[in-house]
Design a protein around this ligand. Sequence first.
Ligand code: C2G
Length: 486
Amino acid sequence: MASLSIIGAGTWGIALANMLADSGHDVTVWSAIGDEIDYIAQYHKHPKLKDVAISTKLSLTKDLREAIEGKDIIVMAVPSVFVRSTAKQVGEFIKEDQIIVDVAKGIEPVTLMTMSEVIHEEINKIKPFDYGQLIALSGPTHAEEVSIGLPSTIVSAGVNIENAKFVQEVFSAPYMRVYTNDDIRGTEICGALKNIVALAAGIAHGLGYGDNATAALVTRGIHEITTLGLAMGCSIHTFYGLAGIGDLVVTCTSRHSRNNQCGTLIGQGYDVETAKKKVGMVVEGISALEAADALRIKYHVEMPIMRSVFNIINFSMPPAEEVKRLYARQHKSEEPFDVLMTIYDNPDVTKEHHGMKRVITYGTFDMLHYGHINLLRRAKALGDYLIVALSTDEFATLVKHKHCYFNYNERKSLLEAMRYVDLVIPEENWEQKMTDCKEYHIDILVMGDDWKGKFDYLKDQGVEVIYVPRTPEISTTKIKADLHSE
Ligand code: C2G
């Protein structure tokens, strides 16, 4: 069993607290709003979860130190706009071996940081706190359903997969199935941006549109979120997982969704402030709009639905006008994602990923051709940083018996000019791979499958070895032969 504190006594914090207490964990709930704690202590109910009996096994406190000290896991369940200020307080008491699970869904305006990045930055102003201690818990989980034990699923995402698995273990319950994912950034991007698409779905509903419009918004909405996420270096499987399409479907189609409710009122003609008041709870989609628009611009990604919601909410554009504009856009195809080009078309793709993956490959790369390029592009797509160990002239000639047309420096400069390549080092012998992988902290070695099986021994030192299909019909030898025959 684990000990946890839930920071924030909103509906989601309470639903999780109930579930965790029912699983036998030691759970303490804290809120910055003393009245919330008093109400729950007195009535064992939450004002917004009327028909839910709150577990008597829960401890309640208004003392943050008492809530945090000695716990295995701290759950940040405050609205996204309060995450930074709450993290600042939590930072006073948190210990480096504790895990913080963030369940707030949002992107911080101006900094464009995800919630885990905000918490990480705030705590590190006070003391060293590793990013691997942060887990995002996100998925298709309406508090109203989880709080009455209806079957649900969720993702535990973090760069430290062991911590993600620990959280998976603790949050698993007879009606909660938890999946892990190491793409915390993608998971959080999904959680924040799906609320904006839910606003759009609500607006469509308020305009009197039907299920066809909802399906269109879900489908094109996940396309927009995925395009942005890939441009930010996230993993495509995250967007087709529970935190992505899963959460988007549940938020766009459910009456429980505040974003959907708020959007419906706006579609019916209410102004934004009135709609927010009528919903009566935080509408995270509105909080996320500014950051989403800034990300759209920063990563040069077309996101017409996000843009339209931004126009309606922030510029008071009439919803029906925005729909007309969306339908008048130039014709498009559903071209498949060229994951690699999406990632590499954006000069702003930042490399300082949390948990950066480092890839290495080896070769002669003489008379650089598109077979080599395909190899390098796929190698880079498997991580964040690609090192090419380039055969020296001596090694190529004397050991590999390959007579290079270009010498080492010429081949090196060609490779360094490629956007997929981050570093070129010399390959002087067959044996250096083990020391290279250690020295450069390599996670993955990639080679064409003409080398299949030859480097599996590196797996023993924790290196993932991936052989990718060679590009057919092209080789340096063929080029030379063809030129010779002309
Ligand atoms: N490659 C490919 N498709 C081609 C040609 C090459 O995928 N049509 C890949 C090869 O499988 C290799 C890489 O591109 O992974 C570099 O190819 P070469 O320059 O031929 O490298 P090689 O001479 O095989 O040397 O220690 C390993 C050696 O240095 C590899």
